[in-house]
Structure formats: C-alpha cells, structure tokens
Design a protein around this ligand. Structure first.
Ligand code: NAP
Length: 520
C-alpha cells in the first residue's frame, strides 16, 4: 500500500518506490510513502487561494464548530487509529492514548474555546489608544488571519497529536493547513486526514497532507505563510536557514529537542510523599512512549544527601518494567519507532556513558517479551549517573531520544538552578517539594529558560497533570536550544496564525470595529 497524498483537492499517489513504513516489533513493511512528483507550488497555491478564502468567510464560532466535528470523526475511528499506532509505532495502549486521545482532547478544547469568540471573525489586541491630544484620531491593534497557508512539519513521535495540536489553532484562526508528517510514522496522520476529508467537514483546500520527503516544499513558501516545525535541532537549523524561508521572512515556529530537568527539592526527606511522587514520575517519563517525548525528563537533579536512595529506588523500578511487544497485555513499554532510532539511541547512550556511567539498564542486553531482539527496535530503560554535573558536558547538551535519563546530585538550590540552566533552554522543568518557598524560587528562576515549570507537592499528587504531558491550555515550547517556539497555551496559540496591524483612524470608525471584535 502506498499512502496517497491529498493536495489540490485530490488524492495523488507519489511516484517511485517511496520509503517503507515498518512495524518496529515484527520488522514487516506496512505501507510506503512517496511525495515524488507532487507539485508543491501548485498544492500550496490551491490551499492559499481556495482553502483560505473559504475559511475566512466563517466566524470564529463557525470554525470552532468545525473543530468539534473533526473531533467527532476522529473519536468514531479511535480503535483503527490505536491499531495503526501499535503497528507502525509499537505503541502500547497507554502510548497510543496519549497520541490519539490527546489529539481529540485538544480539538475539543479549541472547539470550546473558539465558541467563546462568537459570531465575529475580527479580533483585537488591547483597546483604543490616543495618538495625540485630539481624541478624534486614535489607534486600534487588530489581528487578521494570515492569507497564506500553515505548513505543519511534524516529528515521528506524535503523528496524531502533533498534527492536530497545530492544526486546531490554525484552522480556528482561518488559515488552511498543509500537513507534512514524519515519513516513518505518517500512516496514522494520513488515515486521520483521509477520514476527515471523507466526512466533508472542512471546505475544499482547508486541509492537505503530503507523506514522504519534504523535497522542494519550502522553496515555495511565501512571506504570508506560517511554518510550524517540530523535530530535531539539526533539521530546525536547516529549515531556519533555508534560502526561501530567510529571503521571504516566512513566519516560523520551532519546537526542537530539549534536556528537561526534574528537581527533587532539598527539603524532601526519606519517607516523604514527594520522594515517592518524584521517583514514579521519573520512571513514567523514561518509559512512556519509550522515552520518545520531547518533554521527557532527561536530567534528574537530587540533593546529594538523597542521591543513593533515589538511585536505588529508580534501579528497582526500572529493572521491573516489562518491555516487549505491546500486543501482549503484560507489556508496559514497547520498542523505539524504528531500527534507525534504536541505533541512534544506542550510540547516544555510548556517548553519554563516556562521562556518565550506567546505573540501571543495559541498552539491548535483555530479552524483550514476545519479540525477536534481532528484528525489533527495543532499548531497555537506561539510567546513567554523573557525580560531577558541573564538569559534565554531554548530559546538558546531547539529547538521546529514548528511555534514557541521567541522575545528577546537587549541593544546594543555587547549584540546582545553575545545573538546570546548563541545558541552555528547555521545554519543561519540574520541582518536587513540600516547601512553598523552594517551589516559588525554583519556578520563577527557571521560567526564563523553560517554556513550562511544573511544581508538585503531596497536596496535588492526584491533580497534577504530569511533567511530560502537554495540555492545550498551557504553553508548549521553550527558549534557546528548545527552538524558541510557542504553541498552544489556550487562545494565545492563534496569534501565530494572525497578523497584528495597527489601524490609525477616526475614533468613531475604530469604536465600531472594537464593538465587532473580540480580544485575542
Ligand atoms: P527530524 O528528523 O528533525 O524530522 C522532523 C520533520 O522534519 C519530519 O517530518 C521530517 O521529514 C522533516 N524534515 C526533515 N528534513 C527536512 C527539510 N530539509 N525540510 C523540511 N522538512 C524536513 O525529527 P524526528 O526524528 O522526526 O523527531 C525527533 C526529534 O524531534 C527529537 O529530537 C525530539 O526532541 C524532537 N521533538 C521535539 C518536540 C517539541 O515539541 N519540542 C516534539 C517532538 C519531538 P522526514 O521524516 O520525511 O525526514
């Protein structure tokens, strides 16, 4: 089966043999993806000139209703999506739920938030402001939808959520979507788009998808388009410096890799609830989606006095994790997404190991349940440790995108903050503490170099949403090496797909616009 691409309002199969999509447990080929022969210039033009105007004639509330219908279509086909996630990504039920249900939840959230914007398609930023002494002439800042296309380039680890978390704010803004999922796991995104197209809930041109390599896609980008990219820092650099992107000043949002920290507060003693919560969270983050999450905990910071206790607790829990074919209900952690990723992670562990010895787990030296290790792409949860975090380099600089994290002791809060900042900008930092002063200090000090700070004490043990979980109402993205991007965060996400303009003119006219617009 070759996955058809949907461009220019038609399903088109790419030319040539294409790239195989494989089952990472059984090694069998599931589908092929090819973008060869796709006329990207024409495809983008169609989205801009057919999809864009059709979306812009609708109000925010009407577009929000469309998002609600997309969520219904996806929910109706949920089982098929989980089956694809299992086959193509080796996802356990829990992993598939994060991706598939996360997408549906995000769409429903934006459907609800969008409905509050009402029967208008105009939004403003702030209120009228006088430009001089005479009140008759003022300025109003308005947000209008971009007249280009939202080019959504996604990573392999979230083929479902990655697509819809970007598409929901774009479509709600009135901007057509052109999706380019990562080739290795494109099947799920392609199937979802096919179901949405089949259900005819969107106007023509509002949604396109190309599976397979990006080819000359970015050569045809214009200054009116918005590129939302998620992937590695290396690809991000290529996209950022792409000649057409740079020359035409195309708008670009980058979500790249990140060396996220979890910090155990200095106040936490043996036997405290926060200690147990911390250990469980680290294990969940290392093993959920087999560690293939951009928000996963990579650096585990503990007070030196608690180091050995945490190391022992993590060792015990990680060695007990059942790794194997997710078709077996006993299995808790599946494979990596491909043999290529397995090799990359094993090489990454070897590199980290040069300065941080392994404490628990040994790469591939274990027997996965119900799987042939020579065919499948498994890596055991692997915990490393480094007693001299201030002298270490790779642990703060080199992301290993798998079930891998490093335990680092710190002497005091000042030092913990310093170590966290050595990551040069990350998506998320978490602090586990019962001391409100510690939490406040860590949160405010780390907010400048993290997109999100997640604080957990025993009182929020049940309510907390998880270090690595990205909630649509909360900002996702981080400064510096995390890419400098900003996604989600409620209706803030819509700003990326709007142009802000200052309207200077007669106060009476601007008052009329104010009355017809909503604040974004
Ligand atoms: P990747 O290799 O950088 O690929 C990401 C996407 O970019 C894929 O769709 C890829 O297509 C496409 N691409 C590659 N070269 C391109 C080019 N020259 N022009 C346009 N598109 C191009 O990343 P990955 O291996 O899929 O994902 C893993 C990485 O993503 C990790 O480093 C992880 O930290 C990061 N990530 C970050 C976040 C976040 O929100 N910050 C979330 C998830 C993952 P092909 O697949 O066809 O090559």
């Amino acid at each position: 089966m070759k996955l058809p691409n949907y461009v220019g309002g038609q399903w088109i199969e790419g030319l040539g043999a294409g790239s195989p999509l494989l089952d990472p447990v059984q090694g069998v080929e599931l589908a092929r993806a090819s973008s060869e022969g796709i006329d990207f210039a024409a495809a983008l033009h169609y989205a801009r000139t057919v999809g864009g105007p059709a979306l812009r004639t609708q109000t925010y509330a009407q577009r929000a209703a469309i998002l609600g219908r997309i969520a219904e279509v996806l929910a109706a086909n949920r089982d098929a999506y989980c089956a694809i996630a299992l086959a193509n990504s080796g996802a356990t039920k829990a992993d598939a739920a994060v991706d598939v249900d996360g997408a549906i939840y995000t769409l429903k959230y934006y459907a609800k938030e969008g409905a509050t914007l009402g029967a208008t398609s105009l939004s403003r930023d702030g209120e009228l402001a006088r430009l001089g002494k005479d009140e008759a002439f003022q300025v109003l800042h308005v947000n209008v939808p971009l007249r280009g296309v939202a080019i959504l380039i996604n990573a392999f680890n979230f083929p479902s959520w990655g697509l819809w978390a970007k598409a929901a704010p774009a479509l709600l803004s009135g901007v057509p979507v052109f999706a380019k999922p990562a080739t290795a796991t494109a099947w799920l995104a392609q199937r979802m788009v096919a179901d949405v197209i089949q259900a005819a809930v969107l106007p023509p041109g509002a949604l396109s998808i190309v599976c397979g390599h990006a080819d000359d896609l970015l050569d045809h980008v214009t200054g009116m388009d918005a590129i939302a990219f998620t992937g590695s820092a290396a690809t991000a650099e290529r996209i950022r410096s792409h000649a057409a992107v740079a020359r035409r000043s195309a708008r670009i949002n980058i979500e790249a890799d990140s060396l996220n920290v979890a910090i155990l507060g200095p106040d936490v003693n043996a036997g405290d609830a926060e200690l147990g919560l911390f250990v469980s969270e680290v294990v969940r983050e290392m093993t959920g989606k087999s560690g293939q999450k951009c928000t996963a905990i990579r650096r585990i910071l503990v007070p030196a006095a608690r180091h050995d206790q945490v190391a022992e607790a993590l060792h015990a829990k990680l060695t007990g994790v059942r790794v194997g074919d997710p078709r077996n209900a006993e299995v808790q952690m599946g494979p990596l997404v491909s043999k290529v990723q397995q090799q990359a992670v094993l090489q990454g562990i070897a590199r980290l190991e040069r300065e941080s010895p392994v404490i628990a787990g040994r790469g591939v030296e274990f027997r996965p349940i119900d799987a042939d290790a020579s065919i499948a792409a498994f890596v055991a949860p692997t915990l490393l440790g480094n007693d001299r975090p201030l002298d270490a380099i790779d642990v703060h600089d080199f992301e290993v995108f798998g079930p891998v994290a490093t335990l680092l002791p710190y002497q005091d809060v000042e030092q913990a903050l310093h170590i966290a900042r050595l990551g040069r900008g990350s998506l998320v930092a978490s602090i586990f503490s019962a001391d409100p002063q510690v939490i406040e200090r860590v949160a405010l000090e780390l907010a400048s170099c993290h997109g999100r700070v997640h604080a957990v004490s025993a009182e929020v043990a049940r309510a907390q949403t998880g270090h690595g979980n990205v909630m649509p109402m909360s900002l996702h993205g981080g400064p510096g090496r995390a890419g400098g991007g900003q996604e989600l965060g409620g209706l803030r996400a819509l700003r990326f797909y709007h142009q802000l303009a200052a309207l200077q003119g007669p106060t009476s006219l601007l008052r009329g616009l104010t009355a017809r617009s909503v604040t974004l």
